[in-house]
Design a protein around this ligand. Structure first.
Ligand code: ACO
Length: 322
């Protein structure tokens, strides 16, 4: 029988330093009320100079492994989703593997901006279903603060740092029910982050900061996430009322509320973390899942819809029976 990929552990990590909207109002022309009204965000965490995507990933991963009761050496695949890797290479996944003291198996990064966790989960599910892996660690870890232009009020209010993790095992019990991922690279200009580069001939420097046409991204995100809800429910033969929890990517409360309305869900069934975390890109869905699992909101047997939308554009969903 084809095995399911079952979630057996979750973990998360947030850096200590809190940057509030009032702190930002001292840096750029903005206000707490504007940011709260337009985004739902009140504060975000900022990594210290000593921290990195791998160091934060390690803390989140250790939490997930501990919850699962597994030995780290049983993990045969590690996938890290990040847009802020420690190095160009080795991959952050290899750095994490080393930090966890795991010497065998496979480790690689994937890059799908804010949809990274859903992409990683989709790949993990396929590995487990095909029998190619038995225990897979999925991590999203981001230091967005290092690719944000802190003088650009249209982007610096949105992002935060953090890491989330989950551990999946091959099981005859469900499990991930389905995953759905998509990309359309023609929207590159609406949301991108160039490499930091110095032109060797002219000496001109390009700063690697997030560039976003927020309003256009917003509209696309709402439309696209509505479509992915339909696709996910249809492919499982389920009705909106069958979904117990929505665990969305945490970009903007208004985008999340639109998806909840599509599902005819009350906001009480939506896991929200962005108020105090902002948009942690590929970490956000995993951090939200971890929070709701650990505080007991998500219970065994419940149906959870995870979704995300990000640069690329990339978007996707995963339906899980917890
Ligand atoms: N404080 C005060 N005013 C501001 C700020 C700010 N921080 N930022 C922008 N404004 C101003 C603008 O200059 C503009 O002024 P104008 O009307 O005089 O020109 C006005 O506010 C409205 O600007 P909009 O950009 O139209 O505001 P909007 O309501 O769209 O909110 C936001 C902006 C919050 C960025 C929203 O568009 C958004 O959330 N977009 C989606 C972000 C997202 O989902 N990204 C995808 C994931 S990220 C990833 O993949 C890396």
């Amino acid at each position: 029988m084809t095995p399911f990929a079952r979630v057996i552990g979750t973990g998360g990590y947030l850096p200590e330093t809190v940057r509030t909207n009032d702190d930002l109002a001292k840096m750029v022309e903005t206000s707490d009320s504007w940011i709260v009204e337009r985004t739902g965000i009140r504060s975000r965490r900022i990594a210290s100079p000593e921290e990195s995507a791998a160091s934060m990933a390690e803390i989140a991963a250790r939490e997930a492994i501990e919850m699962s009761g597994k030995d780290g050496n049983e993990i045969d695949l590690i996938i890290v989703a990040t847009g802020t890797p420690d190095r160009v290479y080795p991959s952050t996944a290899c750095l994490l593997q080393s930090r966890l003291g795991i010497r065998e198996g496979v480790a690689f990064d994937i890059q799908a901006a804010c949809s990274g966790a859903i992409y990683a989960l989709s790949i993990a599910d396929k590995y487990i279903r095909s029998g190619a892996a038995k225990n897979v660690l999925v991590v999203g870890s981001e230091i967005c603060s290092r690719i944000v232009d802190w003088s650009d009020r249209s982007t610096c209010i949105l992002f935060g740092d953090g890491a989330g993790a989950l551990l999946l095992e091959a099981s005859d019990q469900p499990g991930v029910l389905s995953t759905h991922i998509h990309s359309d690279g023609s929207y590159e200009e609406l949301l991108y982050c160039p490499n930091s580069q110095v032109n060797a001939e002219t000496g001109n420097e390009t700063k690697g900061y997030i560039q976003m046409r927020g309003n256009e991204v917003f509209k696309m995100a709402v439309k696209t996430l509505e479509r992915i809800v339909d696709e996910t429910l249809e492919s499982n033969g389920l009705d909106k009322t069958d979904v117990d929890w929505l665990v969305p990517h945490q970009a903007n409360t208004r985008i999340i509320a639109a998806t909840a309305r599509k599902l005819k869900m009350s906001m009480d069934q939506v896991v929200l973390t962005l108020e105090e975390q902002g948009n942690t890109s590929s970490a956000s869905v995993l951090l939200a899942l971890n929070e709701a699992v650990r505080d007991g909101r998500i219970k065994k047997g419940q149906i959870i819809l995870l979704e995300a939308f990000g640069a690329g554009f990339t978007w996707g969903s995963a339906l899980i029976k917890y």
